[in-house]
Design a protein around this ligand. Structure first.
Ligand code: IVH
Length: 674
């Protein structure tokens, strides 16, 4: 219990700190997604430990601190926040809860709108005249920003049209266009203090500026998303949508991207549409808002302390985040390539906490002109791989330290050499460099190489540390007693590994080539060269020209293969592996099977349709193993089209081009799969 209590206290303290920075100082020191993540953690912990909930917990209140310079205004009714979800299930639960709470099973009409990423404000009109404006503040009282709001062009000072209520409150978002934000920062590029990190902060700073003239200069925009009457209007304005349209008729700005829908499919479509479009809009949106359209139903559903039960925000994952670069470390890979890796303050992107990103090579560091302590922009490339996109310009601090690529290997201290063709810098110590040794030995005995079951990186590292092994040959002389001396390895496991080492000696030429770990020689290239040479000694004596003549083997890989076999220590190791350790494979077998394989060897093959006996991936793999190149599109260069059920237009294109067409049965016959 004490540890839960401590966790809760720590979370509350951090959240309150972030809220103070955000609401009072207009500074986002963490991202919205991280903030939501922490608040969710706190919410879940409190849910499980209800006794620990206190009234001052951030989960129990709406907004946060008020700025000291502005006078306070009490809201006529609380300015609440919205419940958030990041996935459609969250929305479906919201819908289910509504139906349960009002016990109806029929379709409910919802209004979907954009969730503008700005500052919430409330404006009061009396007899159609603008009288006051306030920020949300803590939800109960906000700052009186009447003078500043008057300066915003899109806020009418006098409403037009008919049926104007005696008193009207409109609530909406004040934001800055992205294009204006860029222009503003351009102006302050030499003044770090005035530099804003995003349009939202720029809008907040401009709206709450002590000088309303500055607010006017900053060209803020207002958009209304809700209105409340304190007196009856003539018309029956019984839906949220009708009310918004009424606001439009009074001259109030309302974003036109609104749909009325009643199925989650339409909600999802609206979400997907704007998730794609958001980067092309000139204003920031961070999701969509879905609201029950009927005002009567809204009233029935009511609110909880933080948010209304009739609305939910379906938020987008943020795709880019700004954070602080802490360090760049230089990793030594299996083949000696030195890869710089950036370590930064953790950021939460697309549902994942990210701490590091590869910087690929020396040129990437130079392109970024990277310094430790720089503010950097991180994204997930293809929404998956962490990437350091750029450095936030013009806000480099004094203690920033320029990053330079090392001249010597950070592990074995050997002078590093650059291969300009590959744009890579390598340590050429091979198995004498500890970092390479660990990775190369693990690779040698991994699944696609000479597979030894149970020989993971931990055991290999220990074997190296205890000086039991320094190269692949040593493994074939290990005894079960050696393994027992390792941590967490008992008799049973040692015997299992020893047995597997004996079995791994029978292999194939392809697996042996792959196991050597020659730079650029992966599974496919190993298969290609084993199909081509059939015998290891032919491969070992091939020159660069011959290697380069094999389809799919370029100049760089041909050179790597040649250099590998030209190196005396490598030839010696291979010789020992075969003659002393006893590794072998069946050359005859390879030749026999190669007769049927020649049909596909180096052929350009395209697939279309669905296959009965294999998945696409499996069929692709079989064909690659037979030496084929499997391509996506039909062209004049295609050799064979293999088609399954429900084939597509590729079939007709191949026919027109008179390309050889093969069905699944014919293929199975040729590769002898029953
Ligand atoms: S409705 C009762 N509609 O999102 C809540 N809010 O966390 C009424 N926001 O404070 C809010 N676009 O500042 C609503 N179309 C929209 C919105 C929107 C942006 C903001 C608003 C609110 C926050 C909720």
């Amino acid at each position: 219990m004490t540890s839960t209590k401590n966790k809760i206290t720590k979370l509350r303290k951090n959240i309150l700190k972030y809220e103070y920075f955000y609401h009072t100082l207009n500074q986002s020191i963490i991202s919205d997604a991280e903030y939501d993540y922490l608040l969710n953690q706190l919410y879940n912990l409190e849910l499980k430990n209800k006794k620990l909930i206190t009234s001052d917990s951030p989960t129990q209140k709406v907004g946060s601190g008020l700025l000291k310079n502005f006078k306070k205004i009490k809201h006529f009714f609380p300015m609440l926040s919205l419940e958030n979800t990041f996935d459609i299930n969250g929305y479906l639960n919201f819908e289910k809860r509504i139906k349960k709470s009002i016990s109806i099973n029929e379709l409910i009409s919802f209004c979907c709108e954009l969730k503008l990423d700005g500052i919430a404000i409330s404006i009061i009109y009396e007899e159609g005249v603008f009288v006051r404006a306030a920020t949300r503040g803590d939800g109960f009282q906000g700052e009186n920003i009447t003078a500043n709001a008057r300066m915003i062009e899109s806020i009418p000072l006098q409403l037009k049209g008919i049926d104007i209520p005696k008193r009207l409150e409109v609530r909406g978002e004040v934001f800055m266009l992205k294009s204006n934000f860029i222009k503003l920062n351009e102006k302050y590029k030499n003044n770090k203090q005035k530099y804003f990190s995003n349009p939202r902060n720029a809008a907040a700073g401009s709206l709450r500026h002590i000088d309303p003239k500055i607010t006017a200069e900053r060209k803020l925009i207002f958009s209304c998303y809700g209105c409340y009457f304190f007196t009856e209007t003539n018309e029956e304005l019984n839906t949220h949508y009708k009310r918004l349209m009424k606001c439009v008729s009074w001259g109030l700005p309302v974003k036109k991207e609104i749909i009325i829908c009643s199925s989650y499919v339409e909600v999802k479509e609206f979400y997907k549409k704007f998730e794609k479009k958001r980067n092309f809009l000139d204003f920031d949106i961070d999701g969509i808002v879905i609201k029950v359209n009927s005002i009567e139903l809204q009233k029935k559903l009511g609110c909880n302390t933080k948010s209304p039960r009739w609305a939910i925000a379906f938020k987008f994952f943020s795709s880019e985040k700004i954070t602080l670069l802490n360090d760049v470390k230089f990793q030594v890979g299996r083949t000696g390539v030195i890869t710089p890796v950036a370590y930064f303050n953790p950021v939460y992107i697309s549902g994942v906490m990210i701490r590091k990103a590869s910087l690929h090579n020396k040129y990437e560091i130079e392109r970024l002109n990277l310094h430790v302590n720089d503010s950097v922009i991180i994204c997930r490339s293809g929404d998956v791989i962490p990437k350091l996109l750029s450095v936030v310009k013009n806000i480099r601090c004094k203690n920033a330290k320029k990053i330079t690529f090392p001249e010597f290997c950070p592990v074995c201290n050997t002078k590093l050499l650059e291969n300009t063709d590959e744009k890579l810098i390598r340590c050429h110590s091979g198995l004498t460099c500890d970092a390479q040794k660990k990775k190369a030995l693990y690779h040698f005995f991994s699944k696609k190489s000479l597979y030894v079951k149970g020989l993971g990186p931990k055991i290999i590292n220990e074997l190296i540390k205890k000086r039991f092994v320094k190269n692949p040959i040593d493994f074939f002389y290990l005894k079960d007693l050696d393994f027992i001396k390792l941590k967490n390895v008992g008799k049973k496991k040692s015997l299992k590994i020893i047995n597997s080492i004996i079995q791994c000696k029978k292999t194939t030429l392809k697996c042996f080539i792959y196991a050597l770990g020659i730079p650029g020689v992966g599974e496919i290239v190993s298969q290609k060269i084993s199909n081509y040479f059939l015998k290891l000694d032919k491969l070992m004596n091939a020159d660069v020209l011959e290697l380069n003549s094999i389809d799919g083997i370029g100049k760089v890989i041909a050179n790597n293969i040649f250099n590998y076999f030209y190196t005396v220590s490598n030839r010696k190791m291979i010789n020992e592996l075969i003659t002393k350790a006893g590794i072998y494979w069946d050359d005859q077998e390879l030749q026999k099977s190669n007769i049927k394989k020649t049909l596909f060897l180096n052929k350009k093959i395209v697939l279309t349709g669905v296959f009965n006996s294999f998945s696409r991936t499996k069929l692709k793999r079989i064909l690659i193993n037979l030496g084929a190149n499997v391509l996506h599109n039909i062209s004049q260069k295609t050799d064979i089209l293999i088609y399954g059920k429900n084939f597509g237009s590729k079939f007709f294109r191949a026919k027109n081009l008179k390309i050889r067409i093969m069905n699944e049965e014919e293929l199975k016959h040729l590769i002898q799969i029953k």
